[in-house]
Ligand binder design. Structure first.
Ligand SMILES: *Cc1c(COP(=O)(O)O)cnc(C)c1O
Length: 393
């Protein structure tokens, strides 16, 4: 439970010369690029012979795409997935030359931007297939991946429409079909009957297609960690898998926590800004939701919901101080929260400036905090507040 803070650099800086002044910035998100490298190596081994498409939407799940995606590319990842055209364009601006699939559906009028930035289109409806055929040309081709809805009821063609749309796209000049894919509706994928149904639906569509088959993918982190044989191959045709959260070292569900050696890439830390003793009967924070039952030592922490530490953690979470968890008491404010250190006589020697671990090494796990907040780790790491600098280690 080391709390020493190694040298750090500002995320937005191209060179690694500027350090964040930790005396001026209570809350920072520390990103371990060595852990990211470890995770991508682990997942590529696990996926083989399937190839890995790294899901880096939402600024690489809050880890900073500009700094993390080049690391993934160095590790041999050649395919990426983002949610929007803007995210794809930003990767191109950062110098990423690999393939980039936009998972979202193109809005009417958006296809020129796909051509301009060489982004792959999610063809998930007849209307989008028609637009693609109209806009693509031999001079300005479009790479497209057909999405089939196997039970998520989000984006996608209905299974029976896939053969005709595939034929339409293959017949159009300047349209290159680079994939056929679907998405599981459950995080743990193949351990449940519904995921098995989705796989069967996908396989049924694929079996009816004329050769050559495009690259196929359906598995996310859950599918990959379940080591679903079906998701790795379709007969002799190797598949692609699309892990997101697992790349960042977080299991998609608690049941998959021990399947692979994944190391959390993000640690969210803040600092103690004041330590004080309040008398019995003192109420803590807005709305007076917690009252000290006896004289109580409190640590005031410089992080609140504006930093991405949800208000739902009020009177619920634990924060790591000197390697021990102490409870958050009272409601979490915009910029601060309060931690109960116990009776003044027995309270630990906590001082202003001490590191407070909101999640990560020396504190609770991201999954624990998500649980306490009634949400999932995905939401917490993608909602770290914009004033929190990312520091890369
Ligand atoms: C976000 C997303 C993924 C990655 O999911 P994880 O659970 O983070 O691995 C894969 N595919 C699609 C379509 C997604 O939207």
């Amino acid at each position: 439970m080391g709390t020493a803070v190694p040298p750090v650099v500002l995320s937005s800086m191209p060179s690694s010369t500027l350090t964040v002044d930790r005396a001026l910035t209570p809350t920072v998100a520390e990103i371990r690029l060595d852990h990211l490298r470890h995770n991508v190596r682990t997942l590529r081994r696990l996926a083989s012979p399937a190839d890995v498409m790294a899901v880096v939407k939402a600024d690489a799940y809050g880890h900073g795409a500009a700094r993390t995606v080049p690391v993934l590319a160095e590790e041999g990842i050649t395919q990426f997935a983002v949610a929007t055209v803007g995210e794809g364009a930003a990767l191109r601006e950062a110098g990423i030359t690999g393939r980039i699939l936009v998972l979202g559906a193109p809005l009417p009028g958006a296809l020129q931007a796909y051509q301009h930035h060489a982004l792959e289109v999610n063809v998930c409806s007849h209307a989008i297939a028609d637009a693609v055929c109209q806009v693509a040309s031999l001079e300005a081709p479009l790479q497209v991946q057909l999405k089939v809805d196997t039970g998520m009821s989000r984006l996608g063609l209905m299974p029976e429409d896939v053969p005709s749309v595939l034929a339409q796209l293959r017949a159009a000049a300047g349209v290159v079909v680079t994939g056929l894919w679907s998405h599981y509706a459950t995080a743990t994928a193949t351990d449940d009957a519904f995921a098995a149904e989705q796989w069967t639906g996908f396989a049924t569509v694929v079996r009816e297609l004329p050769a050559p088959l495009p690259p196929l993918h359906i598995g996310h982190s859950g599918g990959l960690l379940m080591q679903d044989e079906a998701a790795a191959h379709f007969n002799d045709h190797p598949m692609v898998v699309r892990p997101g959260i697992a790349l960042y070292g977080v299991p998609p569900s608690p049941t998959l926590a021990d399947v692979a050696d994944l190391r959390p890439a993000m640690r969210l830390v803040s600092r103690v800004t004041q330590v004080k003793t309040v008398p019995a009967g003192a109420s803590v924070s807005y709305g007076r939701t917690w009252t000290a039952p006896h004289p109580t030592r409190l640590a005031i922490i410089g992080a609140g919901y504006a930093d991405g530490y949800p208000r739902a953690l009020s009177n619920t979470a634990g924060i790591g101080l000197h390697g021990t968890l102490y409870p958050v008491v009272g409601v979490v404010c915009m910029d601060m929260c309060m931690v109960n250190l116990g009776l003044p006589e027995t309270a630990p020697a906590v001082e202003p400036g001490d590191t407070a671990v909101l999640f990560g090494d020396g504190g609770p796990s991201l999954s624990d905090v998500a649980d306490w907040a009634g949400t999932i780790p995905y939401e917490l790491c993608t909602r770290i507040g914009p004033r929190v600098p990312k520091v890369y280690i």
